[in-house]
Ligand binder design. Sequence first.
Ligand code: OAD
Length: 234
Amino acid sequence: MAADKGAFPRIVILTGAGVSAESGLGTFRDKDGLWTKYDLEEVATPQGFARNPALVHDFYNARRANLLGAAPNAAHDALARLQAARPAAVTLVTQNVDDLHERAGAQDVIHMHGELMRARCAACGHVWDAPQVMAPNDPCPACGAPATRPDVVWFGEFPYHMDRIAEALAQADLFVAIGTSGQVYPAAGFVEEAAMSGARTLELNLEPTTARFDEHRSGPASRIVPAWVAELLD
Ligand code: OAD
């Protein structure tokens, strides 16, 4: 759907691990990324959790500790500024389980892969604020079952909020992917979904990941995201 002449575009932004890299949180697939050090089958699948819940909790406890010591960077700040300036026009979707967008001031962030700072009961579905350290037999505060897990989406599980994201993509004039390698579906397919609805597509990343975007800008997120936001707003 094309933007009205002169109207501010409706924008869907998808962020990935690259937006938080300069805050000191590791990415997954870059050199030294998390998936070069850990077996994702063991720590990020329901089967891995069933086999060894303590190992999975250790992995997410360590990531939660890293996150508590991290702070938003200039890219998170710029996206929060854009959203505050144009709340009705901007939909912020993230694959990240960190809360750095929120800590920079963003509202209503759509966490399609869940949130590290939330816990979920695998028995009754109750969700609550995660303690800093979680253990396999922690009881659910609602039903008491010893079935606490991180409220993150693992491989083989359905991402959250897909209806809402599809609706935003169908109405978007501009789709922007920031700091994501485009290796994991369904997020990797958003560029095509948006383009099919007539949106222009833009990638902001250290380097181009694919030729599927109309435009690519290269550089660290802390530099190129504020520059892009300034161009839109100023
Ligand atoms: P990846 O690690 O696959 O990709 C990170 C991307 O960020 C790469 O394309 C890098 O080039 C880019 N990047 C790194 N540093 C950057 C910087 N300073 N500025 C800009 N870009 C930078 O991470 P994701 O694409 O987010 O899912 O991974 C997607 C999903 O795979 C994650 O949500 C996670 C993972 O497995 C689950 O765990 C379910």
